[in-house]
Design a protein around this ligand. Structure first.
Ligand code: HPA
Length: 258
C-alpha cells in the first residue's frame, strides 16, 4: 500500500487531512493534485457512504505538501477498527506527523448552530464497545494537541471566523440517535455527536501523531429542536459551510509549518 503511493508521487508530506461527509471540496484548493481512487490502492477498502468520494488526494497547499483522504470508513459499514483506521496507519507509514481529522456532526446544544465549526478539544466514546460502564471524557495529549487547538483558535481569529471548542461524542450509527440517547449523551457533557473520528484519533495518538479534530455542525441532533434530520441536510449544510471550512483549514495548515 505504502510503496504503491510512494511510486506514484514525489510529494513527501508531513501533514494530512481526513475529510468528512461533503467536505471533499477542500481539495479544489490544492495545487498539482493527484487523485487516487481507493479501489486502485492495493488492499484498501472502498468507501460506500454518499458524500464520501473514496479518493486519496496528493498535492500541495500554498507550497505545503499535503495528503487528504476524501472519504473514510465507518464502523456501521461493517468494517472492523483495523480497517477504519487503515487510512491513519497509511498516513503514518508515509511520514505524516500532523493529522487533521474532520467530520460532520449533530449539535447537542441549542446555541451550537448548524453551519458552525467546532474545534474538538475532547471526546467521549459512546459506542459501549470497549466497556459498558459510563463513558469517560478524554482531553489533552495525546488525543487533542493543545498547541494545535490554540493554533486553530488563532487561525479562526485571523480570518474573522467565529468558532467554538467542544466535546465530540462517538456513536455507532448508522441510524441517527434517538432523542433519549441524545439527552443521555448531552448529560455526559457532549457538545456534538457523530459516527466517526474517535477511532482515528485513538489510532493516530497511538502512533505518536499530533492530532487536531474539527467538526462541521450540520444539524441539531434528534430532539434538540424537534425537527427530523436527514443525511441530505448533512450534505447540504456541509456544502454551505465549505468556504469557512476551507479557509479555516488552509489557515491552520499554514500555521502548522511556521
Ligand atoms: N448524529 C450522528 N452523526 C451525525 C449527525 C447526528 O446528528 N449529524 C451528522 N453526523
Amino acid at each position: 500500500m505504502k510503496q504503491f503511493i510512494i511510486d506514484r508521487t514525489d510529494i513527501r508530506a508531513s501533514i494530512a487531512v481526513v475529510l468528512g461527509s461533503g467536505m471533499g471540496g477542500f481539495c479544489d484548493q490544492m495545487d498539482n493534485v493527484m487523485l487516487i481512487p481507493y479501489k486502485e490502492i492495493p488492499d484498501y477498502p472502498e468507501s460506500t457512504v454518499r458524500g464520501h468520494a473514496g479518493e486519496l488526494a496528493i498535492g500541495s497547499l500554498h507550497n505545503i505538501p499535503l495528503l487528504a483522504a476524501k472519504g473514510r470508513f465507518h464502523y456501521y459499514e461493517g468494517y472492523d477498527i483495523q480497517t477504519i483506521t487503515l487510512p491513519v496507519k497509511l498516513f503514518h507509514s508515509l511520514g505524516i506527523k500532523s493529522l487533521i481529522i474532520t467530520n460532520a456532526a449533530g449539535s447537542l446544544k441549542p446555541d451550537l448552530r448548524p453551519g458552525s465549526l467546532m474545534i474538538i478539544d475532547s471526546h467521549i466514546d459512546c459506542t459501549f464497545r470497549a466497556s459498558v460502564t459510563e463513558p469517560e471524557e478524554y482531553s489533552g495529549t495525546p488525543f487533542h494537541d493543545p498547541v494545535y487547538i490554540k493554533l486553530a483558535v488563532k487561525s479562526a481569529d485571523q480570518i474573522d471566523l467565529s468558532i467554538t471548542k467542544g466535546t465530540y461524542c462517538w456513536t455507532l450509527g448508522p441510524s441517527y440517535e434517538t432523542p433519549a440517547e441524545v439527552s443521555y449523551i448531552r448529560s455526559l457533557g457532549g457538545d456534538a455527536v457523530g459516527m466517526s473520528t474517535v477511532p482515528e484519533i485513538q489510532a493516530a495518538a497511538e502512533l505518536g501523531m499530533k492530532v487536531l479534530g474539527i467538526s462541521t455542525i450540520t444539524n441539531y441532533a434528534a430532539g434538540i429542536i424537534g425537527e427530523p434530520l436527514s443525511h441530505d441536510d448533512v450534505i447540504k449544510v456541509s456544502a454551505q459551510v465549505e468556504d469557512d471550512f476551507t479557509n479555516l483549514l488552509t489557515e491552520i495548515i499554514k500555521g502548522m509549518v511556521l
